[in-house]
Write a protein that binds this ligand. Sequence first.
Ligand SMILES: NC(=O)c1ccc[n+]([C@@H]2O[C@H](COP(=O)([O-])OP(=O)(O)OC[C@H]3O[C@@H](n4cnc5c(N)ncnc54)[C@H](OP(=O)(O)O)[C@@H]3O)[C@@H](O)[C@H]2O)c1
Length: 323
Amino acid sequence: MEYVTLGRTGLRVSVAGLGCGGFSRLGLGSGRSEAEAVGLIRQALDLGVNLFDTAAAYGTEALLGKALKAVPRDQVVIATKAPFSVSNPNSSAASAVASLDNSLRQLATDIIDIYQLHGVAPGAYEHARSVIAPALLKEKAKGKFRHLAITETAPHDPEHKMLQLAVPDGAWDVAMVGFHMMHQNARDGVFPLARQHRVGTLLMFAVRNIFSRSGQLAATMRELAAAGQVPQWLAETPDPLGFLIHEGGARSVIDAAYRFVRHEPGVDVVLFGTGDPDHLRTNIASLLAPPLPEADRARLASLFGHLVGIGLDAPHLTRRSRT
Ligand SMILES: NC(=O)c1ccc[n+]([C@@H]2O[C@H](COP(=O)([O-])OP(=O)(O)OC[C@H]3O[C@@H](n4cnc5c(N)ncnc54)[C@H](OP(=O)(O)O)[C@@H]3O)[C@@H](O)[C@H]2O)c1
């Protein structure tokens, strides 16, 4: 494993962070058992992963706490989140504090390393900053968490407007941002700011569904070609990213997707979500592999660098597992 310093937090974190939400929810989302999910977390630990990202909304905090019980607390970085979804933009400070207390109980720990407001939309930022953050910082002063952080709601904020307010603001030590091969605008819109202000970054959406579900990429290319946003040849091939897979290049589209985000300047930790032990192993190998060849990166930038908000599956607001 490789480790980096997470911005001004000073935390030393693995470049690969295990996401305990997303569509997989450690496998619970695809019908795997809690025992298998605990096994997956332990496998990640064995491979050197020391950062784990969960949320009150994911229903995986207790399981994460159980899997980490035998690990010395200073050997892992636990990130979790207070609910702050687009469906609840004016949630009260009291409910955020109650959620923090509940997360501490669920995780069976005395202190959370990174405490995030979950999915803050641009229009809710002012409320988050002036009402919720001060209340949470009082809890921080009591020793309940180490660093305050914020996550964007990628499907509702594809231009990163919220993070453009939050990153320079000084209140948030870590920001979670969406970026992938067909949604590259954080390169100009977020990462330079994060580096300037030494805000640590956790990367989400590297693969999601667009690069992992059969047929979804080709269907997206057909839509984009019809709208004149990508060349027609991309709509006519079943394997639009086949050009990335060659000797000296990527092994697969998913390998390419993780390697693409991992080496972007300004990205500290790439979160990956899986319930599958084989995927866990190969994803970590991808994240530790060299950057994609320069010619392939240049082609990804020229073909897709102008796209905004592609492949950011809209969360199903009625289902808590989807963000
Ligand atoms: N606003 C927010 O706060 C927010 C929003 C989104 C995500 N997140 C965080 O980011 C984490 C990562 O989420 P993500 O969805 O962005 O993760 P991701 O790694 O981009 O995508 C995970 C999806 O790809 C599949 N997959 C992963 N590796 C694979 C492989 N090698 N081969 C085939 N399929 C593979 C997984 O299914 P399998 O289970 O089959 O591997 C899963 O469906 C989440 O768990 C969460 O912690 C936060």
